[in-house]
Design a protein around this ligand. Structure first.
Ligand code: LLP
Length: 417
């Protein structure tokens, strides 16, 4: 199913829940991220329903959308958080997430980030190398703490997805190689400020084939059993995130229930508490990026362009991963044209769609770029002196501004001049 049901036409105008998008654009300007609260609730609940028969703990991966209101909405439903930096930990705590519901990952944590995590009392610090284990032990010792750690395993499974978002392959920087595990287990005998409480993996993102999860999970379970034989009482098995969503209705994502069907029978007998870290699955289809058409132009070859006020600086996914985002005209039209939808940034990669059949909207009208809730606003930048966009959260017929648009003053506020 193409799960953008909270974005439907109401009469001739596209709406988010009960709020028309043209009204939001008039109030808050464009480009504007618009997020549906109901969609966040629906996706969280469908994830929880799928895994209901497995004792588990869902930690929303806040890197997908770290707006404080998005984090707190999901936390209010019972979710914990997966964070990847001191900044994300700060955001999760600020949004009201309890530290004991936070897991801290990251291939290169700085000493001060490790100290911040230990002082905050996060549930698990995930270690991605032998050197990092030593660093965590040293810092925990200095702080007089014992660190709860999980080892991130690199299961050497190459999941088929965009090469920039596959992480479980031995070519990649992530996790600890199986060959090193004997040394790692030995270390726990000598490093006295560490407790090994979990094993962890994350094989990549937007993965359609359940088989990769099964393959990697079975490897994780082998390691779990070896760890048990060595006397380690591993309480947590963290399977990571990566569950897919539909961006293109012609390529529907594998339903979450299929992943649950394959994973529950192999995970349930372990008796461990299973952690999942979905990011995209919970937020991707909850937001659109609303943009206004500045100009339409047609070149001598007959090629049509919609030049819009959103760019790769607001949504970098098409430029970076050639990812597909559906684009709808906010006002319905009877005719369509084939056009490139491009932004104002000085890069040829600055496009939101290429050669796309799209409603023949005119200059000054609005387009909605769908499925922009994951890795959209969080990856925005000020390149080309652009102002990072405003964000609005809709609930029923209410809309609230949850991030103000950058100002010119903010563009230079940290410069010393
Ligand atoms: N856990 C860890 C350790 C991760 O590194 C990630 C994502 C997740 C969980 C959540 O993965 P998800 O469920 O969202 O697939 N910018 C790219 C995606 C990068 C994903 C990075 N890690 C994109 O726009 O597709």
């Amino acid at each position: 199913m193409f799960d953008t049901i909270q974005f439907q036409y109401s009469g001739e105008t596209l709406a988010c829940e009960k709020v028309k998008l043209d009204e939001l654009a008039a109030t808050y300007g464009t480009p504007l991220y618009v997020t549906s609260t109901q969609s966040l609730v629906d996706s969280y609940q469908s994830f929880e329903r799928a895994f209901a028969d497995l004792p588990h703990f869902t930690c929303y991966s806040v890197k997908a959308n770290f707006n404080l209101n998005v984090i707190s909405t999901l936390a209010g439903l019972g979710s914990g958080c997966d964070v990847n930096s001191g900044g994300e930990l700060y955001r999760a705590l600020k949004a009201g997430v309890k530290p004991e519901k936070i897991v801290f990952a990251g291939v290169g944590k700085k000493p001060e980030e490790i100290a911040y995590a230990l002082e905050s009392g996060v549930l698990l610090l995930k270690a991605e190398s032998v050197s990092e284990l030593r660093a965590i032990d040293r810092i925990a010792g200095e702080l007089g703490k014992n660190a709860s750690v999980a080892i991130r395993i690199n299961p050497n499974v190459t999941a088929e997805t965009h090469p920039y978002i596959t992480t479980g392959d031995s070519k990649e920087k992530f996790g600890i190689d199986e060959a090193e595990l004997a040394e790692v287990f030995d270390l726990f005998g000598t490093l006295k400020n560490l407790s090994l409480r979990g094993l962890d993996m994350h094989i990549g993102s937007q993965i359609f084939d359940t088989g990769y999860y099964v393959e990697a999970t079975l490897k994780l379970l082998d390691i779990f059993n070896s760890a048990k034989d060595l006397g380690f009482g591993i309480e947590f098995l963290d399977i990571g995130g990566g569950f897919p969503v539909t961006y293109d209705p012609k390529k529907p994502a594998t339903p979450i229930g299929h992943f649950a069907e394959k994973l529950i029978p192999i995970l349930a007998p372990t008796g461990a508490r299973i952690i999942f870290e979905p990011g995209r699955f919970l937020v991707a289809n909850a937001s659109v990026l609303l943009t206004r058409i500045l100009y339409r132009k047609r070149n001598h070859t007959g090629k049509e362009f919609f030049v819009v006020d959103a760019a790769m600086t607001e949504l970098i996914r098409p430029a970076l991963y050639h990812s597909h985002h559906e684009i709808l005209s906010v006002k319905r039209h009877d005719t369509t044209i084939v056009a490139d939808v491009v932004g104002p940034v000085c890069e040829s990669s600055d496009f939101l769609a290429r050669h796309r059949e799209i409603d023949a909207a005119g200059e000054g009208e609005l387009l909605a770029v769908l499925s922009a809730g994951a890795y959209g606003a969080v990856m925005s930048s000020n390149y080309n002196g652009r102002l990072r966009p405003a964000e609005v959260l809709v609930s029923g017929s209410e809309a609230k501004l949850v991030r103000r648009r950058d100002t010119y003053e903010q563009l230079v506020q940290n410069e010393v001049f």
